[in-house]
Design a protein. Structure first.
Length: 365
């Protein structure tokens, strides 16, 4: 999808904030810890190539979800290590070999479907399912068998890792259980790979004592608290994303006027209503009806249903066409955050920023 560059709706990304946030986390980590920046899903909606290029000198590598995301980095000339966290189809292994991309192996069944010749020189990390219940091996015996086979066929097994389900929650019981499971499995591995990692953003922040020798930093890089509001951050971070648009029509509607699909809102008196060119096709989902946006520091409610391409808002007074509307970000003394969006619709800040579509152009400072 091409960005709609001639529409006055855009995202502004502060790359210096992302660099600052990374530095804030790294300052808390043990020396010599390898740092991989998680830039999957278009760097959580912030723009993968500008983000990756900004962080090149601060990280040891990048994590992505699939091999196409890895190839995008390679095609942009980025030569740092890239770890694919998801399962890569067997037919894509030649691409991984050609482009020096690190793959994750999660099951013996996947390995049995690979021609042995494709393993020679293939860089690999082993995924352990310590309690997430998704991808990964659940017992050390199978892992030892897989490691033996991989090394026999000259694969380069460089890492082993797991992923915690509740590291961003105040109740640590399940987290501690997963950590114990992972450590037990590690103790039973006959020859551990060099890199051992279990720390995503949340673990790196609130469980720094459990860091092994590599971390995977995602949500925190973008100025977002991985726990939402459940846990306080031990250091300041800077939000990196601002979402703005402008007023494209302003009109006075008499009392008793209905607005939008389904006529779900009817004015009780004469009201000033403005239209803003952003809608659910851009990631502002229909459940955002009655949420608020900022116009010259004033909170203005979204009235009527969110449409595919536009919303209507109620203004406190007339404003000229072209007046800026802030949907995420600061406007004067008042701000709206991605977390505010998440709270309103009952989700997490990760989802909010990842849903901001490619139709919205990104600009960088």
């Amino acid at each position: 999808m091409k960005a709609s560059i001639h529409r006055p709706t855009y995202i502004e990304v502060d790359l210096s904030a992302i660099s600052y946030n990374l530095g804030q986390v790294v300052a808390q980590l043990p020396a010599q810890t390898q740092v991989f920046a998680v830039v999957k899903a278009n760097a959580y909606g912030h723009g993968v190539l500008p983000v990756a290029q900004t962080l090149l000198d601060q990280v040891d590598g990048f994590c992505v979800s699939n091999i196409d995301e890895a190839l995008e980095l390679r095609q942009a000339g980025i030569q740092k290590d890239i770890l694919v966290l998801g399962v890569v189809p067997v037919q894509a292994l030649p691409l991984a070999l050609d482009e020096n991309i690190i793959l994750t192996i999660t099951s013996q069944e996947w390995l049995e479907g690979v021609e042995s010749s494709l393993l020679d020189g293939l860089r690999i990390h082993i995924k352990v399912d310590s309690g997430m219940g998704r991808l990964g091996f659940r017992d050390s015996g199978t892992i030892n068998q897989v490691l033996s086979s991989l090394r026999f066929h000259s694969a380069k097994v460089e890492g082993i890792f797991t992923h915690f389900a509740t590291a961003d929650q105040a109740d640590q019981a399940y987290f501690q259980g997963q950590l114990a499971t992972f450590k037990q499995i590690l103790s039973e591995i006959e020859e551990l790979p060099e890199l051992v990692h279990a720390s995503n953003s949340a673990t790196s922040i609130w469980h720094a004592d459990t860091v092994f020798n590599m971390v995977r930093l995602g949500d925190i890089l973008y100025g977002l608290n991985p726990s939402g509001r459940e846990l306080a951050l031990p250091f300041p971070i800077k939000p990196a994303l601002k979402l703005v648009s402008e007023l494209v029509q302003v009109k006075v509607l008499e009392g008793g006027s209905s607005i939008g699909y389904g006529a779900t809102y009817t004015s009780s008196e004469e009201e000033i209503i403005a239209t803003v060119p952003i809608g659910y096709a851009d990631g502002l989902i229909r459940r955002m009806q009655n949420f608020q946006v900022l116009v010259e520091g004033h909170l203005c409610p979204i009235v009527g249903r969110v449409s595919m391409d536009q919303i209507t808002i109620r203004l406190p007074k007339p404003y000229p066409l072209g007046t800026k509307v802030t949907l995420i970000g600061q406007d004067g003394a008042t701000g709206i955050s991605a977390q505010d969006w998440a709270d309103y619709v009952g989700t997490i800040n990760y989802e909010v920023v990842c849903l901001l579509s490619d139709r919205i152009p990104r600009f960088y400072k």
